[in-house]
Design a protein around this ligand. Structure first.
Ligand SMILES: NC(=O)c1ccc[n+]([C@@H]2O[C@H](COP(=O)([O-])OP(=O)(O)OC[C@H]3O[C@@H](n4cnc5c(N)ncnc54)[C@H](OP(=O)(O)O)[C@@H]3O)[C@@H](O)[C@H]2O)c1
Length: 435
């Protein structure tokens, strides 16, 4: 019989326990497809006594997960702890330095330390795989590295955070505001107790940076992602977008040469956008993830499915393990780290787009004229003033408008002209219209 692939599992939470369950349930078919058994040998987490709903008695327990890599009876370490640094990173470094393969679902760690880890893996000739780090069970990294490998990817965009998509689609369906829906999402387990990384767009930005590096052959540059979250989106914005034929979504967008006068800098942005109702991303509801990659020969590819959860995420981790069992090492970012290009961040000011602008203003005469003057002076042409809402109890009025196509820099200038105006009760909300 072929030698088993011997696995050490660091982290036995949602995904770790899911992987144990998957290995128990589908072990036979995995063995046939991998050509050899996948055998969990040792496990580690914080609390040995915790009931995780799976039988851990067949496996050795290690109190110190960072020591897993030193075991001679291990071929691969699976890191399912989380966090960009700390024990996850130490475990990952130890594994690769010891010449063990590493599989992880940790997008924060890969977004921040992916190049260092990939270099370690390449130097040691071992695999580093992280399919589960992006879009849970959806095989988008495999899709880009393998299925679309013959293409130049021209643009990539997707809904990469299920929590935000659940909140936005529920706000639309119910007319309720952000805070209310977030609280419900937390109660239902769709949002973390601390939802900051999700709702502020950081989690989606981690995933976008990883995908952009693979799609465009660029050195991963999380710091260059322009990030805005969804906390400032109001039910009123969603209603106005709907009246125009749009849905509000939080896409991550990356491309290499969009907009007049742009160089080949890498554009990466996570920001709420108005998506036309007939666009593939508009149909993505609830906690689902979807990624679109536009290849120069393949055309538009759509990857869609569950972006989180024990089953889908464990499925992606197991797929990486099967690849390793088959002997597929491959460069973690599709090309060796030394060949990834250091792309400068693109200048977003040159991008041509239409924008939705929402101002929250005091209810007094002259406010609209002040906004219109700033738009004129910045060369922003207003296509439609959607609605001037009735004053709320506190005398606040929402003024929303859509601009004609124009450089984003012009909108930026208009907003700078309005900065500090006593008429505005909070900073304007800007959302691009996705074309
Ligand atoms: N959950 C998802 O749907 C999902 C989807 C995609 C990617 N991911 C990624 O998968 C990874 C794991 O996520 P998860 O949801 O499974 O997390 P989780 O449920 O919080 O589990 C984390 C595990 O790591 C252990 N752990 C945490 N801190 C530790 C420390 N300082 N020392 C030792 N062990 C420690 C915990 O031990 P105890 O159990 O003993 O406390 C637990 O077993 C993360 O990188 C996450 O971003 C998760």
């Amino acid at each position: 019989m072929a030698e088993p692939l011997r696995i050490a599992l660091a982290g036995l939470g949602t995904v770790g326990a899911g992987l144990v369950r998957l290995a128990e349930t589908n072990g036979g078919l995995i063995e046939r497809r991998a050509g050899r058994p996948l055998r969990i040998v040792a496990v580690s987490a914080r609390d040995r006594a915790k009931d995780r709903g799976v039988d851990l008695s067949p496996y050795d327990w290690e109190d110190d997960m960072t020591a897993l890599a030193a075991r001679a009876d291990i071929d691969v370490v699976v890191e399912l702890v989380g966090g960009a640094d700390g024990p996850a990173l130490t475990t990952a470094r130890n594994a690769l330095k010891a010449g063990k393969a590493l599989v992880t679902a940790n997008k924060a760690m890969i977004a921040h330390h992916g190049l260092e880890l990939a270099e370690l893996a390449e130097n040691r000739g071992v695999a580093l795989k992280f399919e589960a780090a992006v879009a849970g069970g959806v095989p988008v990294i495999k899709g880009l590295r393998e299925g679309a490998a013959a293409n130049r990817i021209e643009r990539l965009y997707g809904i990469l955070n299920g929590t935000c998509n659940y909140i936005l689609s529920t706000m639309e369906a119910t007319g309720r505001d952000f805070g209310d829906v977030l609280a419900e999402a937390q109660a239902l387990g769709y949002a973390e107790a601390d939802p900051t990384f999700d709702v502020e767009g950081v989690d989606a930005a981690h995933k976008l940076a990883i995908l952009a590096a693979i799609a465009f052959g660029a050195r991963i540059d999380f710091g260059a992602v322009d990030i805005a979250g969804i906390a400032r989106v109001r039910a009123a914005d969603i209603a106005r977008a709907a009246a125009l034929g749009y849905r509000i979504r939080l896409p991550g967008i990356a491309d290499c040469a969009a907009g007049a006068g742009n160089d080949a800098g890498l554009f990466q942005r996570v920001q709420p956008c108005l998506v036309p109702r007939d666009h593939p991303l508009a149909a993505v509801e609830g906690p689902t993830n979807a990624v679109v990659a536009e290849g120069n020969f393949s055309g538009r590819l759509l990857f869609q499915g569950a972006g989180a959860g024990d089953g889908p995420t464990a499925s992606a981790v197991a797929a990486d393990l099967i690849d390793i069992a088959r002997g597929d090492i491959g460069a973690p970012f599709s090309v060796p780290v030394a060949q990834l290009e250091p792309r400068a961040p693109a200048d977003a000011g040159h991008r041509i787009s239409r924008a939705y602008l929402r101002f929250t203003v005091t209810d007094r005469p002259g406010v609209l004229a002040e906004i219109a003057t700033a738009m004129r002076d910045a060369d922003v042409s207003i296509e439609s003033l959607i609605q001037q809402g009735r004053p709320e109890e506190d005398g606040e009025v929402l003024v929303a408008m859509v601009t004609h196509e124009g450089p984003e820099a012009h909108v930026g200038k208009a907003l700078r002209l309005l900065e500090g105006s006593p008429s505005l009760t909070e900073p304007p909300l800007v959302m691009q219209l996705l074309s």
